[in-house]
Design a protein around this ligand. Structure first.
Ligand code: SF4
Length: 340
């Protein structure tokens, strides 16, 4: 929903201005995403708005629910026909949404299904924040009277390569007049766009930052995550140092453990050395995640191996935890989103 556009429409069509507050409350506080359900509005106005100002810029094409985890994935169609995926998760007692920021992705990480799609286009701020509105409306349609309380920018695309629209969408989501999701409950996960990490520290210092590191050898990381050719491991260390110095916030390091690729003692030592090379590293927390099965990756890492890796990190005085990867049965887990 482009609320500024709606406000202009109301003004230009001599609709009383108090309707703006009624509409804002209905959409953002009550989670109504269908004009016909905003009963305070006269029927003719509801009809006119439905034709001229659709609430959502995304349209649901398919819903899949995980049998194992509290995870629902939606395939959404955009106005130009492109498709994206978004995920609703309830890991503990509150709802979280994982949003996409691009159609496809130009980074091309070899372990990622989105990376194999290629890049089509950036999403607008409206298309990004509408994924959250869509899920709020979905909960309402299921008579679940609960709010979405956090958002993770971890879906399709590299958020920091669509920087301006991502920042704009976060401002909308966190606006107290709109969805009112505190910026401390919003996380951005990046493959490592070092210059934008520094910018983020100034523009959105409250937002949580996660770096998808996965490999601590430049040659290997460049092969699997081609962004490393532009922003190598040393430039990421410097970017994190700068980010920590300016925000004093915890940063999450995501490390997907892949059998025979980055799980050896040598890999472990390199990871410890890389972390120790960052000033302010006491604010880093490593999330160790078992790699998901994708078409290109037949990973057999066990939970026990993940736990051992975490224990070793803790012994080296590095804050770390094992993270469960949810939604793998509906291809909704990390690295599995793709629209085919
Ligand atoms: S992991 Fe993230 S950055 Fe890498 S290809 Fe997939 S979506 Fe893009």
């Amino acid at each position: 929903m482009d609320f500024e556009k709606l406000k202009k429409f109301i003004k230009n069509n001599d609709i009383p201005s108090y309707r703006i507050n009624q509409i804002r409350d209905a959409i953002y506080k009550q989670g109504i995403t269908n004009w016909d359900d905003i009963k305070q509005l006269p029927a003719n106005l509801r009809k006119e708005l439905a034709v001229k100002q659709p609430i959502l810029s995304v349209f649901m094409s398919k819903i899949q629910q995980s049998k194992r985890d509290k995870i629902i994935k939606a395939l959404l169609t955009l106005k130009d026909g492109y498709k994206i995926e978004t995920v609703l998760i309830k890991p503990y007692d509150s709802w979280s949404v994982c949003v996409s920021t691009q159609v496809g992705c130009q980074i091309g990480c070899t372990f990622c299904q989105t990376g194999h799609m290629g890049f089509k286009r950036d999403l607008t701020a409206e298309e990004i924040s509408d994924q959250v509105l869509f899920w709020q409306g979905y909960l309402r349609s299921k008579k679940i009277d609960e709010r979405i309380s956090s958002v993770v920018y971890m879906g399709m695309g590299e958020p920091l390569l669509n920087y301006d629209e991502v920042v704009k969408s976060i401002k909308t989501l966190s606006d107290t007049d709109f969805l009112n999701i505190g910026q401390r409950h919003i996380s951005i996960s990046t493959s490592g766009i070092a210059d934008k990490i520094k910018k983020l520290a100034t523009d959105l210092p409250q937002v949580k930052l996660a770096l998808s590191l996965h490999y601590t050898d430049d040659k290997l990381r460049s092969k699997i995550m081609p962004i490393n050719r532009k922003f190598n491991l040393q430039s990421l260390q410097l970017a994190l140092e700068d980010y920590i110095a300016r925000t004093n916030r915890q940063v999450f390091i995501e490390y997907i453990l892949i059998q025979g690729v980055n799980d050896s003692t040598k890999d472990f030592r390199k990871l410890v050395k890389w972390i120790e090379g960052i000033r302010g590293n006491y604010l880093l927390h490593v999330n160790v995640i078992p790699a998901n099965q994708t078409k290109k990756l037949n990973n057999k890492i066990t939970n026990a191996e993940v736990d051992d890796f975490v224990k070793s990190l803790k012994k080296a005085n590095i804050s770390a935890s094992a993270r469960k990867s949810l939604g793998a049965d509906i291809n909704a887990a990390c690295g599995q989103l793709a629209t085919k």
